[in-house]
Ligand binder design. Structure first.
Ligand code: BES
Ligand code: MN
Ligand code: ZN
Length: 515
């Protein structure tokens, strides 16, 4: 993880390998089409006030995420390299740049500085919120997953030095002695570290992270940060009647687990239960996925990774809330011991489910975990899952869907997602779609109509949530894993989607303002 400091030096005098400044499209409609963002003054001065013009000559447009590198002038700036990052349309004189714009710009700059040791970020940090955004964006952009890279240059742990994440981030303009600035930076570091924890788990291939290994990670983190942890192994799951989790995990040589990891505070205001889909690999089972649909399915535990990381963050932030994570861990594989299409499972709740398609496995493991979570009567339950391809078709690769049994709670979760800069959208759960899951042999089937498949999955889960408990379901199948080029602070591969939303929800629970 990169180091983060708040520096009182000027961007020009700070000893660093690069200085990052913001550049934007002029919104005032005057002659110059580029304007520098506040924070760039000292650097601009070293260019004789010609930095914006120089950037224009280089072809910069100020567009969001655009990165332009240029050598520092012969004197006036200590760092040898200046990085101008686009902020889109310039904010008006009396307005601040919005948090997500700053987060993305800082992230894009940090990514462009991979292989660099130290960078000074001289972006507009007018208040603690802006400090938080720049810090978070830069830290999130400074990420690489290298656990499986060979010893190509032998120098630093055998990784390519040019790909190493930016090691040191200094925020210029933020004040170390300002309590609000300091608190914002401290929180950003915890949040970013926990997003990175989720990304690492997601990027780890299935042969490096099976349910048992995931549970071991939970045990280790619980010990380190003072959380309680309980792991149900296959024997305990059988004894407890967890038919959903056992049915999904039955085909694998690596048996399933249900992990309960809990942060509790003696002065807790409210309790929040988080439930995560943790399919360490989704082959589809006997309803095997065709080639082309299974190469990225190590990512099918992204929900559990987000839940795990968020609970650890709640502990590290010392939140006055009880936050419990339920990790439903299984590997979905075909074999002689696998659940067959047509089999009927008796779930932890006692309901029976006809498994029509073994590839609709997420809802089966989640159902057991939701029922179990509900027994503790939390003030709210939120589950997170890479649940359906249908949600990806509906909302694309960057937006997760929110369903809920309570319109107000769905709205609250959406508001929180927006607040932390995660794209999300409310989805309905039309009651008429329930009929498609009627089964001639069991209480419900695990599949219904193909149309509206994401909503059908939500309706299935709803059956396992205790009536009266506010519950929301986040289908992160789209944004959990980025198969395209990196953008903003989002890397290729595991993104850590939903971690920041869950952390902010836990903070709301600590404020007594859930829902
Ligand atoms: N893990 C998949 C959903 C998924 C798809 C996640 C794409 C990430 C990217 C899930 O278990 C699944 O296979 N869902 C099926 C359900 C269907 C059989 C009812 C789907 O969406 O096709
Ligand atoms: Mn599946
Ligand atoms: Zn799945």
């Amino acid at each position: 993880m990169s180091a983060l400091t708040l520096s009182s030096s000027s961007a020009a005098t700070l000893r660093a390998d690069a200085v990052v400044v913001g550049v934007a499209k002029n919104s005032a409609g005057k002659k110059a089409s580029l304007v520098l963002a506040p924070g760039a003054e000292a650097v601009d001065k070293a260019y004789g006030g010609k930095l914006a013009a120089t950037l224009e000559t280089l072809g910069a447009s100020g567009g969001e995420g655009e990165v332009t590198k240029l050598p520092a002038p012969a004197s006036g700036v200590k760092a040898p390299l200046v990085v101008a990052v686009g902020l889109g349309t310039a904010a008006r004189k009396d307005e601040a740049y919005d948090a997500e714009t700053l987060r993305r710009a800082a992230g894009a700059a940090a990514r462009a500085l991979a292989g660099t040791k130290k960078a000074a970020f001289a972006l507009p940090v007018v208040d603690a919120d802006a400090v938080a955004a720049v810090a978070e964006g830069a830290l999130l952009g400074a990420y690489a997953f290298t656990a499986y890279k060979g010893k190509t240059d032998g120098a630093k742990g055998g990784k390519d030095a040019k790909d190493a994440p930016l090691a040191e981030i200094a925020l210029v303009g933020a004040k170390a002695r300002d309590k609000a600035h300091k608190a914002a930076a401290d929180r950003a570091l915890v949040v970013a570290e926990e997003v990175h924890r989720a990304r690492d788990l997601i990027n780890t291939p299935a042969n490096g992270l099976d349910p048992k290994a995931f549970a071991a990670e939970a045990k280790a983190a619980a010990k380190e940060y003072g959380l309680s942890v309980e792991v149900l192994d296959e024997k305990a799951l059988a004894k407890g009647g967890y038919g959903g989790i056992l049915g999904v995990g039955g085909g694998s040589a690596q048996p399933p687990r249900l992990v309960r990891i809990g942060w509790s505070h003696p002065k807790a205001k409210q309790s929040l239960a988080l439930v995560g889909k943790g399919i360490t690999y989704d082959s589809g089972g006997i309803s095997l996925k065709p080639a082309g649909h299974n190469e990225t399915m190590k990512c099918d535990m992204s929900g559990a990774a987000a839940v795990f990381s968020a609970v650890v963050a709640a502990a590290r932030l010392g939140l006055q809330a009880n936050v419990t994570g339920w990790l439903a861990l299984a590997e979905n594989m075909p074999s002689g011991s696998a659940t067959r299409p047509g089999d009927v499972l008796t779930m932890y709740s006692g309901k029976t489910v006809e498994v029509l398609n073994t590839d609709a496995e997420g809802r089966l493991v989640l159902a057991d975990a939701l029922t179990r979570a509900g027994e503790e009567e939390p003030d709210a339950i939120v589950d997170v899952a890479t649940l359906t391809g249908a949600m990806v078709l509906a909302l694309g690769n960057r937006t997760f869907g929110i369903m809920a049994n309570d319109d107000e709670f769905r709205g609250a979760v959406h508001e929180v997602a927006e607040e932390v800069g995660e794209d999300a959208w409310p989805m309905p759960m039309p009651a008429h779609l329930r009929k498609g899951m009627d089964s001639p042999v069991a209480d419900i089937a695990n599949m219904g109509e193909r149309m509206g498949g994401g909503l059908v999955a939500g309706l299935f889960l709803k059956e396992f949530v205790p009536e009266g408990t506010p519950w929301a379901h986040l289908d992160i199948a789209g944004p959990a894993f980025n198969e395209s080029a990196p953008f903003g602070y989002t890397p290729k591969g595991g993104t850590g989607s939903a971690v920041r939303t869950l952390v902010r929800l836990a903070e709301r629970a600590a404020e007594g303002e859930l829902g």
